[in-house]
Design a protein around this ligand. Structure first.
Ligand code: GLC
Length: 478
């Protein structure tokens, strides 16, 4: 199948969150199944064109945008660095900025990107059978293909798949942006849209031939008010088109046998070597290098979704238990400030690095005993899978992809610690269960072995996407 994978970020070129890892892993796995998949994203200034040879595709072409008749010249570059042809859309005004997201005109930027994607297909005369868009940034494509695009023979046969990576980010704007995107006809308001507004995530959900989210559990959860962020009525209406497909991780990119960021490489037979990584991690976080003290790690964005509030509230009780905790990540300024106080409040027990540092994260995965992921909600989550592969046992809240990937050690096949109610008591009870198991080295080791043996590679998920694409095609051409 010819598949165009449209996304706002993709590793290794540019990464803000897990979306970028998916946009790297899934297309490669689809390619391995023999599909002609290509990735397209904006060419942000932050992308280092020297590190990944990018080739200009000439000549630039015009993209119409804004009020009728206005056009802007767009340049496209291509890279083969990942083994999947990856196209980059460049426009100085929209993408020549330091950050990927966070600008007041983000909706305009991504609508412009979508317009450029559509024009680009015409330009290279490559028509995908499937257009696979991700998150609200690509919502415009689905609305356009379902309205204006219907009248154009080139676009009409394209079936569409929309993947939701997170219901918390929806992209809600005034409906004047319809004209900005070149949609001049009347657009029916969706039940979840306030009058005069467009919800771009909802547009992907409403108009795609098939929809999925990144774990089976999250696909169920988002049908409820607790997790649907207001879009549950629309999701319920489209529930027959909604699926859950678990993300994978790239087993070569995340391999403790070969990872150069580790102080000591190891596998399931040489788990004792992890102690060298633990020691190096303790030193890197300014903690006393004590082998017998359990080392807990949190790696991720410091945002509400990740359960950061609870972690901060539980701090006293957590450190009273004699553990060490290493925090690695960046995020909301108030959370950063609160964590920044930990090392002085809990000297010798708390180590904090407010940074996005992948090599350091790898060392921590390879040296920590327990990996904390108390997320309030979690569409899939990648950290817990990487942790298991690196022999760190995850401690997780029973939501979304965390439920689908971690079983509690109360079960014979358990690989971690799972708590159900989102409360400090439940969290600390899980911590206590982790500490009890830690005092039993044989049982701990057995759990580590089971964790490391879990297969989270992309192969199975890629087959599930393949099946979803076939359904989308069938639905598109009834
Ligand atoms: C978002 C979600 C996360 C998921 C990732 C990739 O970042 O919050 O749970 O793993 O997307 O799908």
């Amino acid at each position: 199948m010819r598949i165009l994978y449209v996304v706002a970020e993709a590793a290794p070129f540019v990464k803000v969150g897990g979306l970028a890892d998916v946009a790297y892993g899934l297309p490669r796995a689809l390619r391995a199944l023999g599909h002609d998949v290509r990735v397209i994203l904006p060419r942000y200034r932050a992308i280092n064109g020297a590190a990944y040879p990018l080739q200009a595709l000439r000549p630039p072409f015009e993209v119409s945008v804004g009020l009728a008749g206005e056009t802007r010249p767009v340049e496209v570059e291509v890279s083969e660095a990942t083994g999947v042809p990856t196209y980059f859309i460049w426009d100085e005004y929209y993408f020549g900025r330091d950050q990927v997201y966070g600008y007041p005109d983000d909706p305009q930027r991504f609508i412009f990107f979508c317009r450029a994607v559509l024009a680009f297909l015409r330009h290279i005369d490559w028509r995908p059978e499937i257009l696979h868009g991700n998150d609200w940034h690509t919502g415009f494509l689905f609305l356009w293909l379902a309205t204006a695009g219907r009248r154009e023979r080139f676009y009409r046969p394209i079936a569409t798949v929309f993947t939701i990576h997170n219901m918390a980010y929806q992209g809600i704007t005034g409906d004047a942006l319809l004209a900005f995107g070149g949609i001049h006809e009347h657009v029916e308001r969706l039940e979840v849209e306030p009058p005069g507004h467009i919800n771009w995530l909802a547009r992907g959900i409403a108009h795609a031939d098939a929809i999925n989210t990144v774990s089976p559990r999250y696909a169920q959860e988002i049908l409820t008010p607790e997790f649907g962020f207001g879009l549950e009525p629309l999701l319920q209406r489209r529930a027959d088109r909604l699926f859950g497909i678990l993300n994978g991780i790239d087993p070569e990119a995340w391999d403790p046998r070969t990872d150069p960021a580790l102080a000591a490489r190891f596998d399931v037979e040489t788990l004792e070597r992890r102690s060298e990584n633990k020691r190096a991690a303790q030193e890197a976080f300014g903690l006393p290098p004590r082998a017998e003290v359990p080392l807990f790690a949190f790696i991720g964005r410091l945002i509400e979704q990740k359960g950061v509030d609870m972690l901060l509230e539980a701090a006293e009780a957590l450190f009273t238990r004699g553990v060490q905790v290493a925090i690695l990540g960046t995020g909301m300024p108030e959370y950063e400030a609160a964590f920044a106080e930990w090392p002085s409040r809990f000297p010798g027990q708390a180590g904090v690095r407010l940074a996005f540092d992948e090599p350091l994260s790898r060392l921590l995965y390879g040296g920590a005993d327990v990996f904390l992921m108390p997320s309030k909600f979690e569409p899939c989550g990648l950290g817990q899978m990487i942790a298991m592969r690196y022999g760190a046992l995850p401690l997780v809240h029973a939501v979304g992809g965390l439920v689908d990937t971690v079983q509690d050690v109360a079960r014979e096949d358990g690989t971690g610690f799972v708590f159900s109610s989102f409360s400090q008591e439940a969290f600390l009870a899980a911590v206590d269960r982790a500490l009890a198991l830690y005092r039993n080295p044989a049982a701990w080791r057995a759990a580590q072995r089971r964790a490391m043996a879990r297969d989270f590679s992309w192969a199975a998920s890629a087959q599930a996407y393949e099946a979803l694409y076939r359904r989308a095609v069938a639905w598109h051409n009834p």
